[in-house]
Ligand binder design. Sequence first.
Ligand SMILES: [Zn+2]
Length: 349
Amino acid sequence: MLKKLKQTTLQSLKSVGVSTMVHNSRWRRGRLLILAYHGISVLDEHEWNYTQYMSAEVFRLRLQQLKDSRCAVLPLGEAIERLYKNDLPDRAVAITFDDGTADFYHQAFPLIKEFDVPVTLYLTTFYTHYQRPVFDLMVSYLLWKGREKTLDLTRLIKVDSQIGLRSFKAQDRARVAILEFAHRQKLSAEEKDALAEELAGNLKLDYDFLLEKRIMQNLAPAEVTELSAAGIDIQLHTHRHRTPKDRQLFLREIEDNRKSIECLTGQCATHFCYPSGAYDRTFLPWLKESEVVSATTCEPGFASMNADRLLLPRVLDNPALAPIEFESWLTGVSAALPRRRVPAHRVIG
Ligand SMILES: [Zn+2]
């Protein structure tokens, strides 16, 4: 109901010319809109988690809207430099992708080439070198795929419990139990993959088919090299997709991630994105120490000259945003309207 009201308001603002006025305003000219994406579905991933995945059709519509709105899509590094020099062009936008899931290569990249827009990919590197599904995500996806079934945890994780997976809440309960078991048992990456395969078997799901489609897998090293050579800007997202509160461990995450990216691209990555959007002021001096020049969050908003370079807001685009709502972000009208936050439990990446 509230969403409908918002869309009607935006439509009215558009029809009386307010959107165009804001779009061309000095206020908007001084601001950078950084868009965030994760995966572009190969199968039905956007039905599982719409904050992480969208279909190629929706992503194409977004790129078309960007083009029709005459937005200046800039490379992230240039956009940030020009933001702080007060030298942004009209309607400045930067496009970023998080994680580097394998679908980027076949789903997102062809559209990026077709629309000829610069894109930054924040790459987490552990699963680039370990070409199996990202365990946490795969467990969640499998439980959703098996939502018509009842899961017996007795043999899987030695917990005497049967869970009917119909509701998201029940799937989440099973997910937490499985992840806690893997953590408690200190399972290796290979053991976790075997557990995910066993879970798929219990739910009568074809794990080999999902492997063949590279669902929940990361880009392979050769794909990262090829994408970088083709102009995709590869940047930091930690090696193991985590931000420890311990300085040494935090610095190591950046260092391992940077070394790996440098090895694959020949470039030194200096822009960072907080995994799962989880930022903390404790990290700021450590990021400076690591010579990171910018860091983005998932706090929705526009970046202005007054924003901290290490806490730049980003708009997490998702298929639940109607075209008029997406447009209101491009124009800047959205900044003046109340916003619904994405439920925390839906943000994984
Ligand atoms: Zn991520």
